[in-house]
Design a binder for this molecule. Structure first.
Ligand SMILES: [Zn+2]
Length: 281
């Protein structure tokens, strides 16, 4: 069934777990994520449809497919609009039936980000839709397909985060504490001290972007520090692409339908790995 992420995340926050938010943009990625969630013991899961994938699939198609696939499985599924700085697209996703939206005004001045987020919250909440916003800025690592190489890391300031959440009424806040979009160049330097301060100030579900490649121990420390939603994108893509490229090396090329099945299973492999990380504390 399709749900909004509020109940999922507040429960995960209380129980010190995190819900995986996995990027999807076609049938294979949606099936891969949902099959993994069922196989791992009917775990709640977030299908994150990035606004940047609108050329792959329309909001309406993403909703119809997520609705149909979730009806066939007995797990709570949230269809979420990931990273969107365009208010029109955010409102369209709310109209289409998305369970949550991430309005990303992190590149705007603080007051403007706050005013826009507050407007999104007012409209979304009236429609039963949850809202995620971002404060601070997340840098781009290696092989990143999100953001741009010029993205600079600006850590989230705990005092500003408190004011932002109080004034906007946002349901979950994406924080910048040293994670990057893409893969890490070395060992990630995650500022758990900043996370702890933000968690103390907000007592609300926090969101970690750039989950790909963070060591399990660090993920667990972040979950204990209030992170209840963790986004994974890059590793799903890089694992599937590198495995699929091996299938193209032999003398006989496989049929596209076979590659499509394999894509699903490579996506599932990565999703299962992270669901395991997010649950076992
Ligand atoms: Zn992100």
């Amino acid at each position: 069934m399709l749900v909004n992420f509020n109940e999922m995340l507040s429960r995960a926050y209380r129980e010190k777990r995190a819900v995986g938010s996995f990027n999807v943009y076609n049938y294979e990625t949606m099936r891969g994520v949902l099959d993994a969630a069922v196989e791992m013991g009917a775990k709640p899961v977030i299908l994150a449809f990035g606004a940047k994938y609108l050329e792959n699939m329309s909001l309406q198609d993403a909703y119809s497919m997520a609705l149909s696939l979730s009806r066939q499985r007995d797990i709570p599924v949230c269809l979420h609009l990931d990273h969107c700085s365009d208010l029109d697209v955010v409102f369209q996703a709310i109209r289409e039936g998305f369970g949550s939206v991430m309005y990303d005004g992190s590149a705007l001045p603080f007051e403007e980000n706050m005013a826009n987020t507050e407007l999104v919250c007012r409209i979304a909440h009236a429609c039963g839709v949850s809202v995620e916003a971002e404060l601070g800025s997340i840098a781009a690592g290696e092989a990143s397909h999100e953001g741009s190489a010029d993205d600079r890391e600006v850590y989230t300031d705990p005092a500003s985060a408190r004011e932002f959440v109080a004034r906007t009424g946002v349901d979950a806040l994406a924080v910048s504490i040293g994670t990057v979009h893409g893969l890490y160049k070395g060992v990630p330097n995650i500022r758990l001290d900043i996370l702890e301060e933000i968690n103390e100030a907000l007592k609300k579900p926090l969101v970690l972007h750039g989950g790909s490649g963070i060591p399990e121990k660090t993920i667990h420390a972040c979950i204990r520090g209030g992170v209840s939603k963790i986004n994974v994108n890059t590793e799903m893509s890089s694992h599937a692409v590198s495995e699929l490229s091996k299938r193209l090396e032999g003398p006989k090329l496989p049929h596209l339908s076979v590659l499509s099945l394999e894509e699903r299973s490579f996506i599932s492999d990565v999703v299962k790995k992270y669901i395991r990380f997010f649950e076992v504390l």
